[in-house]
Design a protein around this ligand. Structure first.
Ligand code: SF4
Ligand code: SF4
Length: 703
């Protein structure tokens, strides 16, 4: 019987003892490093509960982690990642087998029947080769194809080579042992044993390689077997201990990060207690430790794959923000001060940790420039692209909250919008008393909730039409408001507006960091609507839609909120609206970020467009979840765009290239941005709101 490496003695030391010491050292080092990382996660930052809905969390982890749903959006990367990832899963058990063999040499494998282990050996044998193939494909992508989103990385190359080395040593050790067993049997004059015949069946690749070793002497085979076995295990220990220091920490943290992912609507921002924050004189995030544990787990988990960067509109138009760079900078900031943060948090030491922290590179202005923080349009394309569930908008807006509420440091144009929202209830700073002026041209009266209540109609109002600031003041937005009113009227839906009692939802204020203003507006609006017993709302503004549906519940306002296209497409389906007029035109549809990616409403506007006679929809190359931002979100509508190309022009150029007669939108801000781009670029493609087109198709359209 061939002795195993752990059964041998080395310079008088038992192989088992050496192995046990190596294992103990590796585990001790890993435990120490992991415990430091966990301490980093938990220090500072507000508490965050991510243990609700465990089954939904498990499914989310399985869908995106185990089934790798996002990885195959890039089929080549999906393939090599799946090969390597499946190798990890399968070889985890193999590693446990080797550890058992090292600690208990000569003992049979425990717990499970022989048939299981034989089946496992077959899978393992194949996976050694497929994993190696995955490594070769990954290296080819980095060094031959030189994919733009993958930056040169010594760390990535090292890890890939280490994985390849693990496959080679595992196969080499197994094949040498098999050849050794066969040589010993032959030396004893035995015919090939049943065990050797089974090798060909259960470990065919190892067996084939062992045949290639048949010319080697027993001592050479033993040297290969022992050398490869020890090298393999030492490489595993090195690999495991290297992971927490590098981007491959995601091997450990990706599944937990997906399990603890945000399950609330994507567009909902976290609400914090503004009174308590004011007492503590602390708003948002100014230091790296102020982020929550989940936000720090995101930093640990970034694989630096660059998928977020290649889709980010700010990066594509030459702004300083790249989501990948932002995440890596946050992680570097966290690691740079890790020891001092942990020591200071534990109250240990001689005060040097506090001194080091006081003198450290500041997060804002040091690691992250203010221009970077203000560049984001909060479009969430990066989050849609990220395969490991990392979020950006929460971190950007936490930094903005600090800048606005503690430092009063923000682009000066934002002040005009803040003043308008505060004084007149709209960011244009137009007279609050004119909020309902858009109704005057309509051929039927539009009641306010107050008028409906006076007329004892409040109970009979089916739905509140939330008009929004753009729908109330912006010229094109007012036309769309009239269109929606006409469509509702045509369907016989009884509706009312708040009129001058409506004020801005505060969406832009919140995303620009002015949480105080947002909460003031939110409370006021919720109180108004609850006062009228509102239960259902329709709005054409995706920003209002997102805020009313997802954020107002935190302030006691829980309503059924529909986007205009959702309600009108349903009314068409139910036969309450007939769309009979229309001119033949091809049309692209531009998905608004706050309707699509933030709230998953993709089909309703398309269903409505398809119901309008004459319209032929031609999808844009970047549509639905991949729709590119117009540049207005995150309060950017109110800020100057002075760096790089303009986002609206970049999107408009894509629309022009689609070659349609027109582009449909479902957001008043997209309408303004694309309309401006058409003028700026002297373009051809006219933008229409989907509801405008639907209203034009009504039988009694006045022309
Ligand atoms: S939210 Fe949009 S603009 Fe902001 S970092 Fe992500 S992709 Fe870029
Ligand atoms: S944040 Fe996500 S998409 Fe961006 S580089 Fe990191 S892992 Fe890749």
């Amino acid at each position: 019987m061939t002795i195993t490496p752990a059964q041998a003695t080395y310079f008088g030391f038992s192989g088992t003892l050496l192995f046990a010491l190596l294992l103990l050292g590796a585990l001790t080092l890993f435990t120490y490093t992991a415990s430091r990382r966990i301490q980093l996660l938990t220090l500072g930052g507000p508490p965050e509960d991510r243990l609700d809905h465990p089954l939904a969390r498990l499914w989310h982890m399985a869908e995106y982690g185990l089934l790798q749903r996002k990885m195959f959006r890039d089929p080549y990367a999906g393939l090599y990642h799946a090969l390597i990832f499946s190798g990890f899963l399968v070889l985890l058990l193999r590693t446990l087998m080797l550890v058992f063999e090292g600690l208990f040499p000569g003992a049979g494998l425990p717990f499970l029947p022989t048939g299981f282990w034989q089946g496992y050996l077959l899978v393992k044998d194949l996976v050694l080769v497929t994993t190696f193939a995955g490594v070769v494909l990954a290296l080819a992508r980095r060094h031959v194809a030189k994919k733009e989103r993958l930056d040169p990385s010594f760390d990535a190359d090292l890890i890939l080579l280490l994985i390849g080395f693990l496959m080679v040593t595992d196969l080499g050790a197994g094949a040498a042992k098999m050849a050794l067993d066969a040589a010993k049997s032959a030396a004893l004059g035995a015919t090939p044993s049943t065990a050797l015949a089974q090798n060909a069946l259960w470990e065919p690749l190892t067996y084939s390689l062992s045949k290639q070793f048949s010319f080697l002497s027993s001592s050479s085979l033993q040297a290969i077997y022992f050398g490869a076995w020890w090298a393999h295990l030492v490489a595993i220990f090195v690999f495991g201990n290297y992971l927490p220091f590098a981007k491959h920490f995601h091997v450990i943290t990706a599944l937990p990060n997906l399990f603890f992912a945000k399950l609330e609507p994507a567009g909902k921002m976290a609400t914090f207690d503004i009174e308590r924050a004011a007492e503590a004189e602390k708003f948002g995030v100014s230091k790296i430790e102020d982020f929550t544990w989940k936000q720090k787990l995101d930093m640990f988990t970034c694989t630096e794959c660059g998928r977020c960067r290649e889709v980010c509109p700010t990066h594509l138009t030459g702004k300083p923000l790249t989501p990948k760079g932002f995440m890596v900078d946050l992680r570097n900031a966290l690691y740079a001060d890790a020891d001092a943060l942990i020591d200071a948090d534990a109250g240990r030491g001689d005060g040097s940790a506090e001194v080091a922290l006081a003198a450290r590179r500041p997060l804002i202005g040091g690691w992250i420039d203010e221009e970077t923080i203000w560049a984001c349009t909060t479009c969430r394309y990066c989050e849609h692209a990220c395969p490991v569930g990392i979020t950006f908008v929460d971190k950007i807006t936490d930094l903005r909250r600090h800048l606005v509420l503690e430092k009063s440091s923000f682009p000066k144009e934002a002040q005009t919008a803040f003043n308008g929202m505060e004084r007149q209830g709209n960011p244009w700073n137009l007279a609050a008393s004119d909020r309902a002026a858009w109704t005057v041209d309509l051929p039927f009266p539009v009641l306010t909730m107050a008028e409906a209540a006076d007329a004892k109609l409040a109970g009979g109002v089916e739905v509140l039409f939330w008009v929004g600031c753009a729908g109330s003041y912006e010229e094109r937005g007012k036309r769309v408001s009239r269109s929606l009113a006409r469509l509702l009227h045509e369907a016989g839906v009884t509706f009312a507006i708040l009129g001058t009692e409506e004020t801005c939802t505060g969406d832009a204020a919140r995303r620009l960091g002015n949480e105080y203003l947002f909460q003031t507006l939110a409370r006021q609006n919720v109180e108004t609507m609850k006062g009228y017993g509102v239960t259902r709302i329709v709005t054409n503004c995706p920003h209002c839609f997102n805020t009313l549906a997802n954020e107002y519940p935190d302030f006691g306002g829980t309503f059924e909120v529909m986007h205009g296209t959702e309600l009108v497409s349903r009314l068409v389906r139910e036969g309450r609206i007939r769309l009979v007029n229309g001119e033949a035109r091809s049309l692209s549809f531009h998905d608004p970020c706050y309707l699509g990616r933030h709230n998953g409403v993709y089909d309703a506007p398309r269903e409505l467009l398809n119901a309008i006679p004459g319209i032929v929809l031609k999808e844009l190359p970047l549509s639905r979840g991949n729709g590119m931002c117009c540049g207005a979100g995150g309060g950017r509508m109110w800020l100057d765009e002075t760096i790089g190309a303009r986002v609206n022009q970049a999107r408009f150029a894509e629309i022009e290239a689609n070659g349609t007669d027109a582009v449909g939108v479902s957001c008043p801000f997209c309408m303004v941005m694309l309309g401006n781009a058409k003028t700026e670029l002297a373009g051809r493609t006219e933008a229409y709101d989907v509801l405008e087109l639907a209203a034009q198709a009504l039988p009694a359209h006045p022309g």
